[in-house]
Design a protein around this ligand. Structure first.
Ligand code: F6P
Length: 366
């Protein structure tokens, strides 16, 4: 019997739970022995590079990996088949479209279907390849939770747990020194990690991209806290937070093929703004950074990721291509890839989560 070949890849920034998805796919595929699962190393690079880097994902390869962070088949958030970086003789770089080459190579490899595990950028690529005739299923991934079409992405709750545990640690040192602690978390243009962490950790101030802040309002909330006899305070801010009329703190990366601006450092700007506004307390800044993406997934994300893996394989069996696995209303469903990528999943500022934060006395600086 000739085997059907499923190619799986992980793209974009890594995220706790990627390995659990791989395990879910491979385990479920074993109930349909006509299928063999392969992994392309570093997203599509494994197919497009010479020599190719394609690995067999069998029972041995996925043994025990659901608890491990990272991705056993590696990932990249640079380039891609439609924007493949090419170096010229003068040392400059530009990008070319290698999607035809990719589709031909997948044909040559005898690939029947592809599962792409990735965030916004990866699923945009999935949609374009689907429109070019590729049988592809998407699995949503990102610690930022900024992908539409799904209530949660795996990795998000793990990032919140790491941030929340970190905030708990900052509380004890802030209390000892009567300090204002600013903790900056990831999230790109969405404030999900910051909002969940601020509520979970009991912060006084939460700054998210969706609600630009007024420094005077933040100072008032800090002063109120100190006047009430609590000689310390906590601010959780998203890396994409910005003052009213201001912009994000970002640097342009010169890494080849890297399209995003690198967010980070807004905690230091806020610290200075607070001092300029007359805040007398000592202020310290913590930028959590990639710690939030490291290590294994918490149990919630393991379960979510394993469900996503099993579902993705079943979608391949059902030929539900051009669609993405999703978690909606406590169920695992599928949605068109277009639903996931057509809008960005911002925090709804009228949501009960934001109301809860306000109800707890958390200031958004507005
Ligand atoms: O999208 C996930 C994320 O961790 C963002 O929260 C962050 O802004 C970005 O990736 C960092 O990317 P990199 O790993 O390229 O520094």
């Amino acid at each position: 019997m000739s085997k059907k070949k499923l190619l799986v890849l992980t793209g974009g920034g890594d995220c706790p739970g990627l390995n659990a998805v791989l395990r879910g796919i491979v385990k479920r595929s074993q109930q349909n022995p006509e299928w063999e699962v392969y992994g392309s190393i570093e997203a599509y690079n494994g197919v497009l590079s010479d020599p190719q880097e394609i690995v067999r994902l069998d029972n041995k390869a996925i043994a025990g990996i659901h608890v491990k962070g990272g991705t056993i088949i590696k990932t990249t958030n640079k380039g891609g088949p439609f924007t493949w970086p090419v170096k010229h003789e003068d040392g400059t770089w530009s990008s070319i479209d290698r999607s035809d080459d990719l589709l031909n190579r997948l044909d040559d490899l005898g690939i029947t279907a592809v599962i792409s595990i990735g965030g916004d950028g990866s699923q945009r690529i999935s949609q374009k390849l689907y429109e070019r005739g590729l049988d592809i299923v998407g699995v949503p991934k990102t610690i930022d939770n900024d992908l539409s079409g799904t209530d949660f992405t795996f990795g998000f709750q793990t990032a919140v747990q790491i941030a929340s545990d970190s905030l708990d640690k900052l509380v004890t040192t802030a209390e000892s020194h009567h300090r204002v602690m600013i903790m900056e978390v990831m999230g790109r243009a969405a404030g999900w990690i910051a909002l969940h962490t601020a509520i979970s950790g009991g912060a006084e101030v939460c700054l998210i991209p969706e609600i630009p802040y007024d420094i005077e309002k933040i100072k008032q909330r800090i002063d109120q806290r100190y006047h009430n006899g609590k000689g310390f305070a906590h601010i959780v801010m998203a890396e994409g937070a910005k003052p009213i009329g201001g912009d994000v703190v970002a640097t342009k990366s010169n890494e080849v093929g890297y399209k995003n601006v690198r967010l980070g450092g807004c905690a230091y700007r806020l610290s200075q703004e607070l001092k300029d506004a007359g805040c007398e307390a000592d202020i310290r800044e913590t930028v959590l950074g990639h710690i939030q993406r490291g290590g294994g997934p918490i149990a919630f994300d393991r379960v979510l990721a394993l469900q996503f893996g099993v579902k993705a394989f079943e979608m391949v069996l059902e030929r539900k291509f051009g669609r993405m696995v999703a978690y909606k209303h406590n169920d695992i469903v599928d949605v068109p890839l277009l639903e996931a990528i057509s809008t960005y999943n911002y925090v709804n500022t009228d949501s009960y989560l934001v109301k809860t934060a306000r109800g707890l006395g958390i200031s958004f600086g507005d």
